[in-house]
Design a protein around this ligand. Sequence first.
Ligand code: C2E
Ligand code: CA
Ligand code: CA
Ligand code: CA
Length: 279
Amino acid sequence: ALCHAKQFSRSEIVFFEEGHADYILSTARTTKALSDADFCSELLVNFQPVWDSKHQTLVGFETLARWHSPTIGNVPPNEFIPIAETTGIITKITKCIFEKALRAAKDWPNHLKIGLNISAVDILNQDIVDDLVHLCKKHDIDPKRITIEITETAAIQNFEGAIACLKAFKEAGMSIAMDDFGAGHSSLSYLQHLPLDHVKLDKSFVQSIGSDTRGRHIASTLIDLCKSLQLGCIAEGIEDRSQLVELQKLGCTTFQGYFFSKPMLPDQTQSFIDAAAEE
Ligand code: C2E
Ligand code: CA
Ligand code: CA
Ligand code: CA
């Protein structure tokens, strides 16, 4: 690691990792702002399209949380979600995001899917499935349209709990996607033991495909594996046409990424839906 030597006095030299102090400060600020937050009014949802290139149709949208804090400004989900998990506030955030997502989605054509992310802590919350079923009723949305996205990290922390929770979502009619597959603690035993319907191929693979032969072989094998296991495979992080073409050659047909669209505000979804229908 890069280290700075900072001289406090003639005899005292302290080493610390570059950026570490900033990190601690920003975590503390974020934690404070989160605990002050009037959540639901500071949180927004964005939606990113999921595209079926074989049928040239819009599959649906993934919901992505956005937080605008009046004290510290915009904080990306990669920063505030892990902190919210440690303070326990994530349970409230998840519920609020679900509510906002379903409220926006109730105006969409009812063949469109709605992707919702859940965290490791949400899995331990007994009420999450019932809460979501209730929200579906309230907004007149068929639970079959919901896809729950869970990361490997969430599954590893409590494997038995994850299985029970995912089964309950499935009993309610919802689908399950393994998110970020190929990043982090990938284990093929997830594919064997979790009740999955889809796998989302992590963007790090997708983005290495043009330059890295090994990456391409791994992506190819994972796509084939999904096919054998009858799991849908969604490639994430498509930024240019060459990545799309490569992945199509490998047999992948479902995609998400800036190449199709960046995440958008709820009121931008209708014109995207209309444009997609005209293609
Ligand atoms: P994720 O679930 O893997 O979401 C995809 C992330 O990739 C999003 O980042 C999206 O904006 C970004 N992305 C999409 N297309 C591209 C592309 O072509 N290139 C690149 N470089 N990036 C692309 P975002 O919105 O910052 O979210 C980051 C992560 O935060 C999400 O990763 C997810 O793990 C978490 N997250 C977001 N919203 C929620 C939520 O409501 N609940 C929970 N538990 N986690 C959330
Ligand atoms: Ca079409
Ligand atoms: Ca996701
Ligand atoms: Ca992902």
